[in-house]
Write a protein that binds this ligand. Sequence first.
Ligand SMILES: Nc1ncnc2c1ncn2[C@@H]1O[C@H](COP(=O)(O)OP(=O)(O)OP(=O)(O)O)[C@@H](O)[C@H]1O
Length: 457
Amino acid sequence: MSLNPDTAGRVLIVEDDLALQKQIKWSLDRYDCATAADREAAILQYRRVQPTVVTMDLGLPPDPDSVSEGFRLLEQLLDLDPHVKVIVLTGQNDQANALRAVALGAYDFLAKPFDPEVLGLTIERAMRLAELQAENRRLQALQQPDALSGLMTRDPEMLRISRMVERVASSDATVLLLGESGTGKEVLAQGLHQASRRSGRFVAINCAAIPENLLESELFGYEKGAFTGAAKTTPGKIETAHGGTLMLDEIGDLPASLQAKLLRFLQERKIERLGARQEIPVDVRVVGATHQDLQALIAEGRFREDLYYRLAEIEVKIPPLRSRQGDAVLLAHAFLRRFAQEQRRGSLVFSEDALQAIEAHAWPGNVRELINVVKRASIMADGTRVTAQDMGLKVPEREGAAAAGTEFDLRAAREAAERQTVIAALARTNNNIVKASELLGISRPTLYDLMHRLAIK
Ligand SMILES: Nc1ncnc2c1ncn2[C@@H]1O[C@H](COP(=O)(O)OP(=O)(O)OP(=O)(O)O)[C@@H](O)[C@H]1O
């Protein structure tokens, strides 16, 4: 939670003894207090009020004599917001549970009957700490913008690609991004630019969208009078990107004459504007991108092999959305949240059939198609549930177990199945660890262990 001035100073009191609840509230009259008497009400209130501090009793209904509901609530609160400050009120001789709560992430504990003054001071300290921590996170975010924060993924191959992009960012190497349309080539190119900390601009040009006769002047610029209509000297995109990054999108569509000229630029790092007599040195990191098969174009004589090698100092093959584990559902949740907010539709959620349909669809238009489909559905949905029909997707007929494969390495097969299932459960529950562990039928610590073992972040 980034502490927000509207919610700072709010306390949620979770206590099933209503007399005690009243007494705590009364002793905290300088704060804006909300109350709840059981776990479910506490979660509802938490979402509604977004308190900075929660005080809670561990013994809650339906089983007030045990601590199970209390611990469950503590875990859920910390899942919702790992920064929330929870103060646990325990029985007189219950140090073991108090320590267990702190080990799980509670901020502090107090034994009942509590001293109102001590509780007040503890809450004040928690508020101050929360404020400092929120300010700290804000400053850190300002200092280190996460270069690839625009790229959401949990797929192992995409994560590997993100790490590689961050690693090569500071070098000058040209990068060639290969992937179907809508897979995020531009997002990656922008991330590469940000991570490079180059001081110049990020400039993108789509080689397929500009007619051949205009593309040369767009790229290289021109001097006044170089051709009819050249009213004033104009720098091209390459020059504009000086000190920064130039993305040449749809590089496979670059006409042959310009392929030769681009190759010369990449070798000499100088450009000559159209109609100019002198060369201008330009320092630019070039990123090429295409959905086409460049090897096939080379074989057909439509793309220069020497240019390919200049461009592909580092080649990145971006997998299509359909082969990324769990990503379609993960991204769909994020886009739905975004559109619901933009359209002020309160909270919108996917129905079960919608989630199945998202998992089964092949997404030929990749992330761009997913964005469009979710946007349309967020407008079409009646009420708060988005169905497969709202998205115009077919609900798959469930088959039995996956078709028998030729995988005989049992350990590898088991690990692959575990990874796929865990990622799918996390995506399905929008990264809610408690719900994902329930869906998987395992405990939360077991899920954490599994995620650790399978290196799932
Ligand atoms: N992993 C991702 N997380 C979040 N948004 C994404 C992701 N990948 C792509 N997008 C979004 O999807 C849209 C398409 O992505 P982008 O333009 O980068 O694709 P592209 O591969 O460059 O497509 P094209 O080849 O058609 O130009 C953009 O709105 C982008 O912000």
